[in-house]
Design a protein around this ligand. Structure first.
Ligand code: NDP
Ligand code: 8X3
Length: 249
């Protein structure tokens, strides 16, 4: 009997690749996101018996509730939550940043993520399921312009580890995946510029969405006694050396 995963942000990038990987591994998936046509394409690609879609803004709690209430019988018993939906907006220094961008990142990466988690926890506990969250190296290392995105991802990394403590003894497995640069629509969304995205990833062999999805698929398939607490991945050509010195004259 195949299991069912709930994947947020499955219209692009890591979430889309994750649905493809999990379905290839025999899972059913509930795929969510705001772009209906992309969700429709996923169903057309993988089949309605394998993928159920729910088109909503993850910040809209009423829409989330409706999506959960309307899950078809066969997709109702959730064994895995993949907390993936998220974004960065802007790379300005904090003193120049747009407050609306900050609010959007906090609402999406933090508030919506904990809301989805809280709502699915009773069922995941009942089914001894698993939670895999996509945090980021941006939550572990500092870079200029990271500010609220970095803070929101530090929250994801840390909240996910904190869940491990609260879920002690329940059999629920929890993993924080913390990737570096993955070429997806992430930088296009962050900057609004395809050129900026192409420039960032040019000549450095970034990770692919499939690299992260393969990691998720591997973790999801591990035996029930084994928990990967956290895993940090980077392309070989990215590293975390970042100290700078400002000289006064
Ligand atoms: P993409 O932009 O390719 O995909 C982001 C996904 O999140 C889309 O499916 C998008 O769906 C969804 N999403 C964003 N905002 C909302 C919202 N308000 N409501 C519903 N869905 C939303 O980026 P990635 O695949 O790269 O990003 C996925 C996750 O990985 C993010 O949490 C990101 O922070 C994290 N990450 C990415 C890295 C990278 O280098 N790319 C590295 C480390 C972490 P839609 O727009 O249709 O709503
Ligand atoms: C995004 C990873 O390295 O582009 O979360 O900031 S990085």
């Amino acid at each position: 009997m195949s299991k069912t995963a709930f994947v947020t942000g499955a219209t692009a990038g890591i979430g889309l690749a994750t649905v493809r990987r999990l379905v290839a591994d025999g899972w059913r998936c509930v795929a969510t996101g705001r772009r209906q046509e992309r969700l429709d394409a996923l169903v057309a690609e993988l089949g309605p018996d394998k993928v159920h879609t729910a088109c909503f803004d993850v910040r809209d709690t009423a829409a989330l509730d409706a999506a959960l209430a309307n899950l078809p019988e066969v997709f109702r018993d959730l064994d895995l939550l993949v907390n993936n939906a998220g974004l960065a907006q802007g790379l300005s220094a904090a003193q120049n940043a747009d407050l609306a961008n900050w609010q959007t990142m906090i609402d999406t990466n933090v508030t919506a993520m904990v809301t989805v988690t809280r709502k699915l926890l009773p069922q995941l506990i009942e089914r001894k399921g698993a939670i895999i969250a996509i945090g980021s190296v941006a939550g572990n290392y500092i870079y200029p312009g990271g500010n609220v995105y970095a803070g929101s991802k530090a929250f994801v990394n840390h909240f996910t580890l904190a869940l491990r403590a609260d879920l002690h003894g329940t059999g629920v497995r929890v993993t924080s995946i913390e990737p570096g640069m993955v070429e997806t629509e992430f930088t296009l969304v962050r900057t609004g510029s395809q050129q900026a995205s192409d420039d960032l990833y040019r000549g450095m062999n970034p990770m692919t969405a499939a690299d992260i999805a393969d990691t998720i698929g591997w973790i999801a398939a591990l035996p029930p006694h084994l928990n990967i607490n956290r895993i940090e991945l980077m392309p070989v050509n990215q590293d975390f050396a970042g100290f700078r010195v400002a000289r006064e004259g």
